[in-house]
Design a protein around this ligand. Structure first.
Ligand code: ARG
Ligand code: ASP
Length: 744
């Protein structure tokens, strides 16, 4: 008896553990009712699916905005006030900065709407509605078709469907594949382009901890910035104009002042970019054992050189800060991802899943015929594609990304071919776009740094075990010069490309003459040689094999969905709107280490290094801490919360996503994940994958107490959902009693 009850208890515990961790999945908002509503409510959500996504009435989705195609943002006032991450608005904040007026360093707070700063290249997109158009798109498509025939039928169907639609003025239509092309959804969107900067904390708050703390918990970053959407008098999208007015949203998110506790329901609503949850084990093995290590090693070298430069010279530090952060971001992510894949035994899990798949297939002859050979085919194809994929990564990382000058040199070749094909018109058209780019480029460019990166990475390229043909005569040239350092020195000294004045002088010349000089330039020649070599040896084979893999992936996805009928599938992220839900939860990354889910201002103070470029703290914030002047923003323990963790399944693109409580109020702002869980893009593991969010109260505290921008706080709607719920409960004692009696 005793033993039985213990077993029962253990089972219950495992079950509870399973549901309480439930976090996997990036769900389509229009399908929540059918797939997730019950689950969400059992986890504590008090809303209905219709409150989250509705076509007929204002719902949460009307407050969620795609921010410039890469991040997420949300509306938090009736006057179109928009909240996103500091790192999402970074480019805009930087573009309004100068040495004299450095908004990155000092922060920025518009005192009135008149002071809000317009931005040239910024747009935000709303979703009007989402519809399943699979039937239309796949009409006439058969299993017998070749990939090409299939795609051309689909393209035709999409074109004619789009034509039959009559979108309203300002509406746009997008049709995207889901589940690897087994389903298609249409998105009707509306895009606003007059979006102005309203506020940003200084970097020492908005980027506190910088690259050292990136992807890491405990975290103390106030990673937020504020914008405002402006519209024409009719509330519709309009180009920037002084006459535009603040946009009036269908819905905006109230902000909860009641904070979070471990176990609280959390919903993250946003635009995750890309995940790979359904890969075969052969693909995961390749990412983990071949591609990730190569990319990590390349960036390792580049980052060390840039870092040394940044440490030696303050001007270089400023010039390279943003570039360094960009390169370091995924370098660090891949390291975490690889460790996580190993630790969570991603391969073991995949193998087990594949065994189940095969066992189930055997029970059904037709299914076995259709899907039975897939895994072997993948195995073969991934083996075949491996040298091409690896070479491709080397080429992209070395020639196209980390040696900065190669990109510029390749633009010279582009000018040349445009001139050859379209004469002066083609040349001048591209030149007009190139000049502002180059202007920006040279502002933050140090040839002496890039020359070192060139020498180091090109040597790596030559020594790498990749397809030989892509290396051109790099090895011979290095030998001729007496090594890569000397070769790099000679190239950088003799080429005009690293030199801004020479470059602009050349561009101001007559196109024919300019091109003659370009053709003689050694860096331009090298860029052409390497790109031709890549095209001749890799491009075509890679893309042929990749098409085959993509095709198989569609069939494998279909197979998985047919075989595991008890499983709820969510489509891989593809930069479309998704909902993920989970709970506030800490985690234990390794033996004897456990992280609490909430971090406090006290922790930022512990990390404080005066004058440091990562861990400095503004004086005003130190003062507020000293005097404990926290207003209404402290936790019940008297401390100011900064960040918290949840089990929401997020990825790149979810930055700036709102974190919403059980009632539909904003409680936080998503911006990162924990390092040990970055493998969630390939192998989500509920026990260790956590997203990192800024606590909404910290945002309010900074806006109100630190910046004194009380007019912005007044514009928002601050609520007390937990306190109110208690009051309501006290008003309904009868109901509660009844339920208790029934349970007993
Ligand atoms: N890791 C986060 C994301 O992938 C934050 C990146 C920005 N912060 C940084 N220190 N680079 O976007
Ligand atoms: N930091 C990421 C972003 O910018 C979010 C993530 O990868 O978790 O979207």
């Amino acid at each position: 008896m005793k033993k039985n009850s213990r077993i029962l208890l253990t089972l219950c515990f495992i079950f509870i553990l399973k549901i309480s961790y439930a976090g996997e999945g990036m769900w389509l908002p229009q399908l929540l009712k059918a797939l997730n509503e019950g689950d969400m409510q059992s986890m504590g959500m008090k809303m209905s699916a219709e409150d989250i996504y509705s076509v007929n009435q204002g719902s949460l989705k009307d407050a969620i905005v795609h921010f410039n195609g890469g991040c997420t943002s949300e509306i938090i006032s009736a006057e179109g006030l928009l909240l996103t991450n500091h790192h999402c608005g970074y480019g805009q904040i930087q573009s309004h900065s100068s040495v004299k007026n450095n908004l990155l360093k000092n922060g920025f707070w518009a005192k009135s709407k008149k002071e809000e700063l317009p931005n040239d290249n910024l747009e935000v997109t709303f979703i009007v509605r989402i519809e399943d158009v699979s039937k239309m798109v796949l009409e006439g498509v058969t299993d017998e078709m070749s990939t090409k025939e299939r795609q051309s039928q689909i393209d035709k169907n999409i074109a004619s469907y789009k034509q039959s639609m009559r979108p309203l003025k300002h509406e746009e239509i997008q049709i995207k594949p889901f589940f690897k092309g087994n389903q298609y959804f249409m998105f009707v969107t509306m895009t606003y382009t007059d979006v102005r900067l309203v506020g940003a904390p200084p970097e020492s708050i908005g980027k506190f901890g910088s690259d050292t703390d990136n992807w890491v918990f405990p975290r103390h970053t106030g990673d937020f910035s504020l914008f405002r959407i402006y519209a024409g008098a009719d509330n519709m999208p309009a180009d920037y104009s002084i006459d535009n007015v603040p946009f009036k949203p269908k819905h905006f998110l109230p902000i909860s002042l009641d904070g979070v506790e471990e176990g609280d329901f959390t919903l993250v609503f946003g635009y995750p970019g890309r995940t790979n949850q359904y890969l075969p084990s052969s693909a995961v093995a390749q990412t983990m054992n071949v591609l990730n290590p190569a990319k990590i090693a390349i960036r390792d070298k580049a980052l060390k050189i840039v870092d040394a430069g940044m440490r030696s010279d303050e001007a270089i530090r400023i010039q390279y800060a943003s570039k360094y952060a960009r390169i370091a971001n995924y370098w660090k992510k891949w390291i975490g991802e690889n460790q996580g894949l190993k630790k969570s035994d991603a391969m073991g899990r995949k193998h087990k899943y594949e065994q189940d798949f095969m066992t189930r297939l055997k029970a059904d002859r037709t299914m076995h015929v259709k899907y039975g050979s897939l895994l072997n085919d993948f195995e073969k194809l991934y083996k075949e594609i491996e040298p091409y994929a690896l070479t491709r990564d080397y080429y992209n990382e070395i020639v196209r990304r980390n040696i900065e000058i190669m990109t510029v040199a390749s633009y010279m070749n582009r000018l040349e071919s445009l001139y050859a094909n379209n004469g002066a018109t083609g040349y001048n058209g591209f030149k007009a776009r190139l000049e502002p780019f180059l202007d920006d480029f040279y502002k933050n460019y140090r040839p002496e740094i890039d020359q070192k990166v060139f020498a180091s990475l090109m040597e790596m390229y030559v020594n790498a075990d990749i397809i030989e043909g892509v290396k051109g005569d790099l090895a011979a040239m290095a030998k001729k010069h007496g090594g890569f350092d000397k070769y790099a020195k000679s190239l950088f000294e003799s080429s005009f490309v690293p030199n801004k004045n020479q470059m602009f002088k050349l561009l101001s010349a007559d196109p024919k003459m300019a091109i003659e000089s370009m053709q003689k330039d050694p860096l331009v020649q090298l860029a052409k040689q390497l790109s031709d070599a890549y095209d001749a040896n890799v491009s075509k084979e890679y893309s042929n094999l990749n098409t085959k893999i993509t095709d198989l992936m569609r069939i494998y996805m279909e197979g998985q969905m047919k075989v595991f009928t008890e499983k709820k599938f969510f489509p891989d992220a593809n930069s479309t709107m998704r909902v993920t839900y989970g709970k506030v939860a800490g985690y234990s990354p390794r033996d004897a280490v456990t992280y609490n889910p909430v971090s406090y201002l006290d922790g930022a103070i512990e990390k404080y290094v005066p004058g440091d470029y990562e861990f400095d703290i503004p004086k005003k914030l130190l003062d507020l801490y000293e005097t404990k002047d926290y207003g209404q923003y402290a936790d019940s323990n008297g401390k100011v919360p900064i960040c918290f963790l949840g089990t929401n399944h997020t990825t790149g693109g979810n930055s700036g996503s709102p974190v919403i409580d059980a009632h539909g109020n904003l409680i936080g702002l998503n911006f990162d994940r924990v390092w040990e869980g970055t493998m969630s893009d390939i192998n989500y593991d509920a026990s260790i994958c956590r997203n990192i969010m800024v606590d909404a109260r910290y945002i309010l505290f900074i806006v109100d107490k630190f910046a004194g921008a009380t007019h912005l706080v007044k514009e928002m709607k601050l609520v007390h959902p937990k306190k109110d719920a208690k009051v309501i409960k006290m008003e309904e004692p009868k109901k509660k009693k009844k339920r208790r009696r029934r349970r007993g």
